[in-house]
Design a protein around this ligand. Structure first.
Ligand code: ATP
Ligand code: MG
Length: 566
C-alpha cells in the first residue's frame, strides 16, 4: 500500500477524550474514527489488523472442527420470548419494531437463533456432536461505552455454539474450544490467562474467561503463586479468615456515636479495628431489600451476592432510598432487631464480640454475638479476595491480583436454552433427547485494542508480527529525488511480489514526520531508502523495538527482509 494513496489520517496531537492508551493510539494512527457513542468506522489500517485477528480465529475454529455460518444480526423478538430473555435482558438489548409492528432486536448474542436452527435441521444423534460459529457484528447498548472499541456498543465477535447429546460430550467440546482459544491468543502474541468465571446472565454450569494481562484492564483476576488456580474476582473463592471463637463472650454494650457514619469514623471513635466492625449494606435483589453483612475492611462483590441469592442482579439503591427501605439513617444500619432478611459473609461465621450499627441514629452496638443478640444468619461468600490471601485450592499458595481485559469467554450452558426452546434429537434408542449446549465468544475487535494495551511504548504501537498491519514499512526519505524514488519503488514491488505486506511511505513529507508516523503505526520492521546510505548503495533496516539495526546492500534488501519477516 502506498501511504500517499491511502487514508491513514495520523494525528500529531493527543485526542482529548480518549482515556486509555489503545484508544488514543488507534485514533492517532488513523485506525478508527468514531461515528457516535460506542460506534466506530474501521479505516484501512485498522481493518487490516482486524482481518488478521479474524483470520487466526477462523483458522483455529476450523481446525477445532467448528463449522462457519453467518446468522442474521436482526432477530425476531418471539425467539427471545421463547427463551425467556426478552424480559430478562434489560436495556442492553436494542429493540425495535418493523412496519408490521413485529418486535425485533439487534443481536447481542445468538443462543436463540442457533437453537432455532438446530431444532429444525438436526434430527438424529448421528449428526452430533456439532459446533457452529460465526464472526459477526453484535450490538449491546452498553450503559457506559468507553475506551474506544474496547467497550463499544457495536463490535465484532466470534461466537460459537456446541451441541452434544450429553454432558460428557459437552466436556469434550468445551475442552476442544478451550484448547483452540489458547492457540488463538498465543498466535496473536498475547500474554494472557484463562480464569474461572461467573456464569452471569447467560447462565449455565461453568465457564472460563480469557484475559489479556494489562494494567488498564477493567477486570481484576487472581491467580495462585503455587498452583494453576486462577479466577475472576467475581468468582475467586474467599477464605474463612481468622477465627475469634476462643474469645469469651462479653456483654452487649450500646455506644453513642453521634455523627460517626463511615467505617473510618466509627472505628476511630470507638477505638476498634475495622475487622471488629461489621458493616451492613442494604441491597435489592429481585425487588426485595435485604442486608448484607461484611467485615468493615472488606469489599462487597455484587456478582457474588447475586450468585449466592440465585438472582440475575443485586443492586445498591441510592442512599435516600436505602434509608427509606431500612427505616434508619445510613451509617447506623445493623442486623440487630432488623426487619430485613440478612445474609452474612462467611468470614463472619466465627466472629465474636463485634460492633455494628444499632439501627438507631447516633448509636452503635459493641460486643454483639450471634444467636445471643442476632439470630445466626446464613453465611455465604460475598467479598472480594485480596492479594496475599491463601489459595482456596492448594496448601501453601497465596493469591496474586492482576488487571485483565476479557477477550474470550467459554460457557457450559447445559440445557438452559435447548430445554426452553425444545432442541431435541432422536437418540440411539429412537427416543427424543434434549441437547446439551456450550457457547464460546471471542471479542475480535476488542483483541485489537487489548493487543495495543500490552504492546506499546511512548512513541506508539509495537505490533506482534502476527497482527501487524504490514510486515514492513519502507520510508522513502527524499521523495523529490528521482533515483531514491525509483529505488524505493523497485524495492516495494519486489517485496509485494515476494508476498511481503509492505507500506511505502512515499508522501511528500519531512523525514521527521515519516519517522514519527512509523513509530506510531508500529510495523515490526522499517527500511530507510535515501540519504548518505543510498549513495553508498545501502538501505538501513530497523526493528520497531530498537533492538536491531542493519545495513544491507540495496540489491540484497528484498531477500534479507524476507528472511526477517518469515
Ligand atoms: P464484559 O464483561 O466485558 O461486558 P461480557 O461478559 O458481556 O463482556 P460475553 O457475553 O462473554 O461478554 O461476550 C464474549 C466476548 O465479547 C467477551 O469476552 C468480550 O471479549 C467481547 N465483548 C463483550 N462486550 C463487548 C463490548 N461492549 N465491546 C467489545 N467487545 C465486547
Ligand atoms: Mg463475559
Amino acid at each position: 500500500m502506498r501511504f500517499s494513496r491511502s487514508l491513514i489520517p495520523t494525528l500529531k496531537e493527543e485526542p482529548v477524550d480518549a482515556q486509555v492508551v489503545s484508544h488514543r493510539l488507534m485514533l492517532r494512527a488513523g485506525m478508527i474514527r468514531s461515528l457516535g457513542a460506542g460506534i466506530y468506522t474501521w479505516l484501512p489500517l485498522g481493518l487490516r489488523v482486524l482481518r488478521k485477528v479474524e483470520k487466526i480465529v477462523r483458522q483455529e475454529m476450523d481446525r477445532a472442527g467448528a463449522q462457519e455460518v453467518l446468522m442474521p444480526a436482526v432477530q425476531p423478538g418471539e425467539l427471545w420470548q421463547e427463551s425467556g430473555r426478552w424480559e430478562q435482558y434489560g436495556k442492553e438489548l436494542l429493540r425495535f419494531v418493523d412496519r408490521h409492528e413485529r418486535q425485533f432486536c439487534f443481536g447481542p448474542t445468538h443462543e436463540e437463533v442457533i437453537a432455532d436452527l438446530v431444532r429444525r435441521e438436526i434430527r438424529s444423534y448421528r449428526q452430533l456432536p456439532a459446533n457452529f460459529y460465526q464472526i459477526q457484528t453484535k450490538f449491546r447498548d452498553e450503559i457506559r461505552p468507553r475506551f474506544g472499541i474496547m467497550r463499544g456498543r457495536e463490535f465484532l465477535m466470534k461466537d460459537a455454539y456446541s451441541f452434544d447429546l450429553d454432558v460428557t460430550g459437552l466436556d469434550v467440546s468445551y475442552q476442544t474450544m478451550y484448547a483452540a482459544y489458547q492457540r488463538i491468543f498465543q498466535r496473536c502474541g498475547l500474554a494472557f490467562r484463562a480464569v474461572e468465571a461467573d456464569t452471569g446472565s447467560i447462565g449455565g454450569a461453568s465457564s472460563h474467561e480469557f484475559h489479556v494481562l494489562a494494567e488498564s484492564g477493567e477486570d481484576v483476576i487472581v491467580s495462585c503463586d503455587q498452583c494453576d488456580y486462577a479466577a475472576n474476582l467475581e468468582k475467586a473463592v474467599a477464605g474463612e479468615g481468622a477465627t475469634h471463637d476462643t474469645e469469651p463472650l462479653l456483654s452487649l454494650q450500646r455506644s453513642a456515636t453521634p455523627g460517626q457514619k463511615s467505617i473510618e469514623a466509627v472505628t476511630r471513635f470507638l477505638n476498634i479495628t475495622a475487622q471488629r466492625l461489621v458493616k451492613s449494606i442494604l441491597v435489592e435483589a429481585a425487588g426485595q431489600p435485604l442486608l448484607l453483612l461484611l467485615r468493615g475492611d472488606r469489599e462487597l462483590n455484587l456478582i457474588k451476592a447475586a450468585a449466592a441469592l440465585g438472582v440475575p442482579q443485586v443492586t445498591l439503591p441510592d442512599p435516600e432510598r436505602a434509608a427509606r427501605l431500612a427505616n434508619v439513617a445510613m451509617g447506623y444500619l445493623g442486623p440487630m432487631n432488623s426487619h430485613l432478611p440478612i445474609l452474612a459473609d462467611w468470614e463472619l461465621r466465627t466472629a465474636r464480640n463485634f460492633a455494628c450499627g444499632a439501627n438507631e441514629e447516633g448509636w452503635h452496638l459493641q460486643h454483639v454475638n450471634w444467636e445471643r443478640d442476632v439470630p445466626t444468619p446464613t453465611f455465604v461468600d460475598l467479598r472480594n479476595v485480596e492479594a496475599g490471601e491463601p489459595c482456596p485450592r492448594c496448601a501453601g499458595g497465596h493469591l496474586l491480583r492482576h488487571q485483565g481485559i476479557e477477550v474470550g469467554h467459554v460457557f457450559k450452558l447445559g440445557d438452559k436454552y435447548s430445554q426452553a426452546m425444545g432442541v431435541r434429537v432422536l437418540n440411539d434408542q429412537g427416543v427424543e433427547q434434549t441437547l446439551i449446549m456450550g457457547c464460546y465468544g471471542i471479542g475480535v475487535s476488542r483483541i485489537v485494542a487489548a493487543t495495543i494495551e500490552q504492546h506499546h511504548d511512548q512513541k506508539g504501537i509495537l505490533w506482534p508480527p502476527a497482527l501487524a498491519p504490514f510486515h514492513v514499512e519502507v520510508l522513502l526519505l527524499n521523495p523529490r529525488d528521482n533515483a531514491e524514488g525509483a529505488a524505493a519503488d523497485a524495492l516495494y514491488q519486489q517485496l509485494l511480489a515476494a508476498g511481503i505486506e509492505v507500506l511505502l511511505d512515499d508522501r511528500d513529507e519531512r523525514v521527521g514526520v515519516k519517522f514519527k508516523d512509523a513509530d506510531l503505526l508500529g510495523c515490526p520492521w522499517r527500511v530507510l531508502v535515501g540519504g548518505r546510505s543510498f549513495k553508498e548503495g545501502v538501505v538501513e533496516i530497523q526493528s520497531r523495538d530498537g533492538t536491531r539495526l542493519e545495513r544491507v546492500a540495496i540489491a540484497d534488501a528484498m531477500e534479507h527482509i524476507a528472511g526477517l519477516v518469515r
